[in-house]
Design a protein around this ligand. Structure first.
Ligand code: UDX
Length: 431
C-alpha cells in the first residue's frame, strides 16, 4: 500500500521505517529540512536502537522516502498523522498547533477515499473536530493511537501488543487492517471502536502507567520514614497477577515526552468537560512524581553536610530513561541543573544524552567518560539506569572519588555491596 507519515519525530520516523519494513511504500513528511535530509540518507536523527538499520534498509529498497513537500504524499491511501502534541507554554493543555497545521497542509492534496489516521496523543474530542475539517475532501478520518516506548520503539511498532482503531466507517477499519496485515495475521489483538474511545484509550493507558509509578513512589516516601524497603515491597505486591511487577520501580520518577505532559493535558481536558473531579488524583500523581526530585536534592544537601555549594558532584545519567537520547522533562537533567543552581560543581555524564543536554543547559560541565566524571567527586548521583552504571564496581568507584558517597536515584545498585565498599549509600525508599 501507499502510505504517508506526517511528522517524522520519535513516533513518525519509527512508524515510517516500520511500515516500509512491512512491505508498504512509504513517504515521510516533515517541515524540518535538516531532519528530512538525514532520514533520506538513512540516518536516524535521534538515538533509537534498531532504527538506523531499518532506515537504511527501507531507503535502499526504495520503499521509504522522505520529503518536506506534502504534495508528494498526495497519492497515499492512508496518511498517518504523527506530529507532536507538547504541553502548551502557558498552561497544562496540549498544544495542538502542529496537528492542525498538518491537517490544514494535507487538506488541499487529500484524495477522495483516502484515510487520515491520527497517531498523535490528543485530547478527547480532537478527532471528531478534525474529521469535520476534512469532510469536504471526501477523505475519511480514523484514530489509531500508538503505544510505543522509546528504546523499544521498533519492536513495539512491528509487533505491538494491541492495535486500536477509532472509526466512523467500517471501511476505514478494513483499510487499516490491510496496513497492519502482518501483525493481525500473527494474532495481535485488534480493537475497533469509535473516535472518542480510541483517543481516550491512549490517554487512559498513560495515566494508568503514571499512576502506577507514583503509587510505588508514594510507598517509597512511607518506606523512608519507617525503615521499610520499597523494592521488596514492589516484588511482594507484584506477584499478585492483578497488580503485576512491571512499572513498580520506585526512584526519581517518570519523565519523557509523554507521561508528564499527557497527565497534565488529561487534567486540563477533564476540567473543560466539567469533570475535573474525575481525574483530580492525577494532580497528586504529578506532585508525588515531582517530589522525588526534591528528595534527591535534599539527600545530596544532607549527605554533604548541609550545603552542596562548591561541592563536586558527579551526576550519572541525563536522559529520562536508558537507551534513549531524549531529555524532554528528564528528572535526571532537572536534578543536575538544580544542583548546579545551588552552587554545586556538577559534572554530568551520559552515554547518549550529553549533546541534547548541553543545548538545553550549557552551564553544566559534561564529561563523556564515566570514570573521569567520578574522579574526585564528593558525591555520585545515579539518576538514569544505563547498564553501564548498573554494572559499576563499587570498590573501583570508591578509589576514584574524593569521598565515597552515592545516591541511587533508580534503586538499581546492590546496597550491601556498595556499603561494604565503604560507601555512604542512599536509595529512594531503601536503606
Ligand atoms: C510511555 C509509555 O510507556 C508508552 O506506552 C507511550 O506510548 C509513551 O509513553 P516512554 O515515555 O517511552 O513510553 O517511557 P516509559 O518506558 O513508559 O518510561 C516513562 C518514564 O517512567 C521514564 O522516565 C522511566 O524511567 C519511568 N519509570 C518507568 C519509572 O520511574 N518506574 C517504572 O517502574 C517504569
Amino acid at each position: 500500500m501507499k502510505l504517508s507519515v506526517i511528522g517524522c519525530g520519535y513516533l513518525g520516523a519509527v512508524h515510517a521505517a516500520a511500515m516500509a519494513k512491512l512491505g508498504h511504500d512509504v513517504i515521510g513528511v516533515d517541515t524540518d529540512a535538516s531532519k528530512v535530509a538525514k532520514l533520506a540518507a538513512g540516518e536516524a536523527p535521534f538515538h533509537e536502537p534498531g532504527l538506523p538499520e531499518l532506515l537504511l534498509e527501507g531507503v535502499a529498497s526504495g520503499r521509504l522516502r522522505f520529503t518536506t513537500d506534502i504534495a508528494e504524499a498526495a497519492d497515499a491511501q492512508v496518511h498517518f498523522l504523527a506530529v507532536g502534541t507538547p504541553q502548551s507554554a502557558d498552561s497544562d493543555s496540549a498544544d495542538l498547533r502542529f496537528v492542525y497545521a498538518a491537517v490544514d497542509a494535507l487538506r488541499p492534496v487529500l484524495q477522495p477515499g483516502a484515510l487520515v489516521a491520527g497517531k498523535s496523543t490528543v485530547p478527547v474530542g480532537t478527532a471528531a473536530d478534525l474529521a469535520e475539517r476534512i469532510a469536504t475532501t471526501g477523505a475519511g478520518l480514523a484514530w489509531n493511537p500508538e503505544f510505543l516506548r522509546e528504546g523499544f520503539a521498533v519492536a513495539d511498532t512491528i509487533t505491538p501488543d494491541r492495535i486500536v482503531y477509532g472509526v466512523t466507517d467500517p471501511a476505514h477499519a478494513d483499510l487499516l487492517d490491510d496496513v497492519y496485515r502482518v501483525a493481525i495475521d500473527a494474532g495481535t489483538p485488534r480493537i475497533t471502536t469509535d473516535l472518542p474511545t480510541a483517543e481516550l484509550v491512549k490517554t487512559a493507558a498513560n495515566a494508568f502507567l503514571a499512576t502506577k509509578i507514583s503509587f510505588i513512589n508514594a510507598m517509597a516516601e512511607i518506606a523512608e520514614v519507617t525503615g521499610a524497603d520499597v523494592t521488596t515491597l514492589a516484588d511482594a505486591i507484584g506477584h499478585d497477577a492483578r497488580i503485576g511487577r512491571r512499572f513498580l520501580n520506585a526512584g526519581i520518577g517518570f519523565g519523557g515526552g509523554c507521561l508528564p505532559k499527557d497527565i497534565r493535558a488529561f487534567t486540563a481536558r477533564a476540567e473543560e468537560l466539567g469533570r475535573a473531579e474525575s481525574v483530580a488524583f492525577l494532580r497528586q500523581v504529578d506532585a508525588i512524581n515531582l517530589r522525588r526530585r526534591e528528595r534527591v536534592i535534599d539527600l545530596a544537601v544532607e549527605m554533604l553536610g548541609g550545603s552542596v555549594f562548591e561541592k563536586r558532584i558527579a551526576v550519572l545519567g541525563l536522559t529520562f530513561k536508558p537507551d534513549s537520547d531524549d531529555i524532554r522533562d528528564s528528572p535526571a537533567l532537572d536534578v543536575a541543573a538544580r544542583l548546579h543552581g545551588l552552587g554545586a560543581e556538577v559534572i554530568a555524564t551520559d552515554p547518549y544524552g550529553i549533546e541534547n543536554s548541553r543545548a538545553k543547559h550549557p552551564q553544566l560541565e559534561y564529561i563523556a567518560d564515566t570514570e573521569a566524571a567520578l574522579d574526585g567527586a564528593e558525591l555520585a548521583v545515579l539518576v538514569t539506569e544505563w547498564d553501564e552504571y548498573r554494572g559499576l564496581d563499587a570498590a573501583r568507584v570508591a578509589g576514584l572519588m574524593g569521598s565515597p558517597r552515592i545516591i541511587d536515584g533508580r534503586n538499581v545498585l546492590d546496597v550491601a555491596a556498595w556499603k561494604q565498599a565503604g560507601f555512604e549509600f542512599r536509595g529512594l525508599g531503601r536503606h
